[in-house]
Design a protein around this ligand. Structure first.
Ligand SMILES: [Fe+2]
Length: 313
């Protein structure tokens, strides 16, 4: 069992790095902490909220916009050899990071491999922290990079990858999509059925619901496409707002995500929500996000009585 500790960073390709930097800083509100060659590094953690100071949480690099990497760290930093062996034994070839690749990622060591869908994953040890304070470009109220949506070609198979080979636990399901936790946060990743691999959305937590509503009006004024919300997820309890970034990447702000504490672990039972609009939003907002709509999920929900396909608004 690979004991993941937390999500660390994403690396996302883009054909237009300047545009991605502009969006990440002036719209999302991340801090640009470095531009090196063909890559830009961003931070998002407010130390007093998170108690953590990740060196960076997002990298945009010049490249293919479908090239996405998600990285996690592990509980035991001495376990990377055995973790690599376990992942290889499960049928996923492992690449050990070179010193140059480690330098680019600000980590002491890492391994890279793919999940059964083909999502590029990395497990890192001794990722760098920073002593400087997070200083956002705009006052979006961001407190931390918190979770990702990941695409899956087979939700049940990939759920087994994350829950049997890794230590992820299912917090809830929406249709076939599992929301998975690796620590106390209700979900650090969620698997959404899709025809292609990659990151489906990028979540940052904000301080309060005022930040959600301030950003709603801010994004509308800036002409950014809002694709879902404002709303509230019945699964995690979080209030949310989703919007479209460069290369159609979906970004999310949310606040109030449920915690499943160690004391709750033994008695917690995941809940099954149907693949229906009200399972994504209890306020009535409707998603304009393909993976959150019944048609993209193979129309399964629409085939069940009383579950119409989600409408685009
Ligand atoms: Fe999310």
């Amino acid at each position: 069992m690979v004991n993941l500790f937390d999500i660390r960073y994403l690396r996302i390709g883009t054909p237009n790095l300047d545009n991605a930097i502009e969006f990440a800083t002036r719209i999302v509100g991340l801090q640009l902490v470095g531009r090196e060659g063909k890559a830009a590094y961003f931070r998002s953690d407010k130390p007093k909220v998170r108690g953590d100071t990740r060196d960076h949480t997002l990298v945009y690099f010049e490249g293919d916009p479908s090239d996405h990497v998600a990285a996690f760290d592990i509980l035991d930093r001495d376990a990377l050899d055995s973790v690599a062996a376990e992942i290889e034994a499960a049928g996923h070839p492992v690449h050990w990071g070179t010193s140059e690749e480690c330098e680019l990622r600000r980590v002491k060591n890492f391994i890279a491999f793919k999940d059964p869908t083909g999502n590029k994953l990395e497990i890192v040890v001794k990722p760098f922290h920073t002593g400087t304070r997070y200083f956002p470009t705009r006052d979006a109220g961001i407190t931390e990079f918190s979770h990702i949506g990941l695409r899956t070609a087979n939700a049940a198979r990939d759920e087994a990858f994350w829950t049997r080979l890794m230590n992820a636990r299912v917090s809830d399901w929406i249709g076939d999509a599992p929301l998975l936790r690796i620590n106390t946060i209700h979900h650090s990743l969620a698997l959404f059925p899709s025809a292609t691999p990659g990151v489906q959305h990028i979540n940052h937590q904000v301080e309060d619901i005022d930040d959600i509503m301030r950003s709603y009006y801010f994004l509308k004024e800036k002409g950014v496409r809002i694709v879902f919300g404002p709303g509230r997820h019945p699964s995690s309890s979080a209030c949310f707002l989703y919007f479209e970034g460069p290369d159609k990447m979906v970004y999310e702000y949310s606040v109030g995500v449920k915690l499943i504490t160690p004391e709750m672990e033994a008695s917690y039972r995941p809940r099954q929500f149907p693949f229906a609009p009200e399972s994504f939003c209890m306020w009535g907002s409707r998603p304009d996000i393909p993976e959150f709509r019944a048609e993209a999920a193979g129309g399964k929900a629409a085939e069940k009585p009383g579950m119409a396909p989600l409408r685009v608004v």
